[in-house]
Design a protein around this ligand. Structure first.
Ligand code: 13P
Length: 250
């Protein structure tokens, strides 16, 4: 089973209109050789989606959002529905990022509902899971991630959903798990996804690694078994670094 690698850039709460030329430069550097090997998407803040769409389309990049509301519309001041994201050109949406789980107290049930909302709107959810440092130190990493998979993935999800394993302690810290730990977790995650969805779907689902991925470590991390791409934070803000990461697939 071959899975097309996906390299997704999560800009988080970064980027003004003046940053659009970076996306333009990513498109320019996303040449045919790289396109053959990996899919690239950028997830800028919601304020830039409509403007970025034109740029990503021109550059052959995909476009994703960073969160969505559960309801399709209505009296939810400040929220943005999956349908609205789709309307401005997004095809992916990150749900359950650890920063949203922490800052907005999102639970697995919230993440499950958001993933279902994304699917309802025709978006592909990138569902994030990952343990904290304390959980890993307590030998609980597999159990925690297994439980998040069980409760965050809609049981009828199709095989085009994406799962991202992001150890919380590796995000923005420069720390990464060992290759052995990544291999163990990704193999385990695929097993748990299969237990959740069945029908061999897990073999088609891409499982991304996220947490301090940069050009200098991307090749090593992206070549671990069951790692089907990366969810990149800081190193996705410039074309040089983002293409540097994606170039692990050249
Ligand atoms: P960093 O790549 O900055 O560690 O962030 C990872 C992340 O949270 C991507 O969603």
């Amino acid at each position: 089973m071959t899975r097309r690698p996906l390299v997704a850039g999560n800009w988080k709460m970064n980027g003004l209109c003046a940053a659009l030329p970076e996306i333009e430069a990513m498109g320019a550097a996303y040449d045919d050789a790289l396109r053959d090997r990996a899919e690239l998407i950028v997830c800028p803040p919601a304020t830039l989606l409509a403007l970025a769409c034109e740029v990503t389309t021109r550059g052959g990049l995909g476009l994703g959002a960073q969160d969505c509301a559960v309801a399709p519309r209505g009296a939810h001041t400040g929220d943005i529905s999956a349908e609205m994201l789709k309307d401005v050109g997004a095809s992916y949406v990150i749900v359950g990022h650890s920063e949203r789980r922490a800052d907005h107290r999102e639970t697995d049930a919230d993440v499950h509902a958001k993933a279902a909302a994304a699917l309802r709107a025709g978006l592909t959810p990138i569902i994030c899971v990952g343990e904290t440092r304390a959980e890993r130190d307590a030998g609980d990493a597999l159990r925690v991630v297994g439980a998040q998979i069980e409760s965050s993935l809609p049981s009828s999800a199709p095989a085009h959903i994406v799962v991202a394993y992001e150890p919380v302690w590796a995000i923005g810290t420069g720390l990464t798990p060992t290759v052995g730990d990544v291999a163990e977790m990704h193999a385990f995650a695929r097993e748990r996804i299969e237990a959740r969805l069945g029908g061999g779907k897990s073999l088609r689902i891409r499982i991304l690694y996220g947490g301090s991925v940069k050009p200098s470590n991307a090749r090593e991390l992206m070549h671990v078994a069951n790692v089907d791409g990366a969810l990149v934070g800081g190193a996705s803000l410039t074309a040089t670094d983002f293409i540097g990461v994606a170039s692990a697939y050249r």
